[in-house]
Write a protein that binds this ligand. Structure first.
Ligand SMILES: [Zn+2]
Length: 233
């Protein structure tokens, strides 16, 4: 099992760790700040002792780093450096999606059905039928207003029994998390949106910068897609 350093400190860019397993070009560490692909957020890149990390994948409790170059040996201590430009762009983008969920719920009481992101661009699907008039422009205005508020974003670890009683978390389907998970990580954009989430986010909404809605489209009855990009504020 690898200690996931990014869960408690999304701003950690450099760390030391011990190699606990090697599988061809892949390395497992006792701890890592590299985010593995999951929850709609793509993996980090960077280096391990100067060697490129090109993929990071979670398999069960193990995080595997795929290297392009010399692979260290089991027992070695290595220094990991996360590509901060890419990671910070993903933190801004991921946070923008939570703001989007919050404003759409507040304004239209509509739940999200899916989504995906790349650095500084994302899409999200919602249960609209039809899409409200002037939807894209209104969403952009509401999201950018929440960014201007510069709301603090808190990371909390709640006992499962507490989390499943929280109305905001029930709305974002906390009950879908497997029963074996006893502690639930919650991302709270104070006063706007609260979700159980394993991703990385910025510390306040102002750090997102600004968003632009680039497209809205229909993906079928009761499923409408919104695309956005994250830009400097
Ligand atoms: Zn999230």
């Amino acid at each position: 099992m690898s200690e996931l350093l990014y869960l408690r400190d999304a701003y950690l860019r450099e760390f030391d760790a011990e190699v606990v397993e090697v599988d061809d070009q892949r390395v497992r560490l006792d701890r890592t700040a590299f985010y593995p692909t999951g929850g709609g957020q793509p993996h980090d890149t960077g280096t391990l002792d100067g060697v490129e990390v090109v993929e990071v994948r979670k398999e069960g409790d193990a995080v595997w780093h795929t290297l392009e170059g010399a692979v260290p040996a089991v027992g070695d201590t290595v220094t990991g450096v996360v590509d901060w430009e890419r990671r910070h762009a993903l933190m801004r983008t991921h946070t923008a999606l939570h703001i989007l969920c919050g404003v759409i719920w507040n304004e239209w009481r509509t739940a999200v059905t899916g989504g995906n992101m790349t650095p500084l661009a994302a899409r999200m699907d919602f249960e609209f039928d039809p899409l409200p008039e002037g939807f894209g422009a209104r969403v952009e205005e509401l999201v950018n207003a929440e960014i201007a508020e510069d709301r603090p974003i808190q990371v909390q670890f709640l006992p499962r029994d507490t989390a499943v009683m929280d109305e905001d978390l029930i709305r974002t389907k906390v009950n879908m998390i497997p029963e074996v998970v006893k502690e639930i990580r919650v991302i709270d954009i104070v006063g706007l949106d609260k979700q159980a989430d394993g991703g990385t986010h910025v510390a306040s909404t102002g750090e997102v910068g600004a968003i632009r809605v680039t497209k809205t489209e229909s993906k079928g009855k009761a499923n409408k897609r919104i695309r956005l990009e994250v830009v400097d504020g």
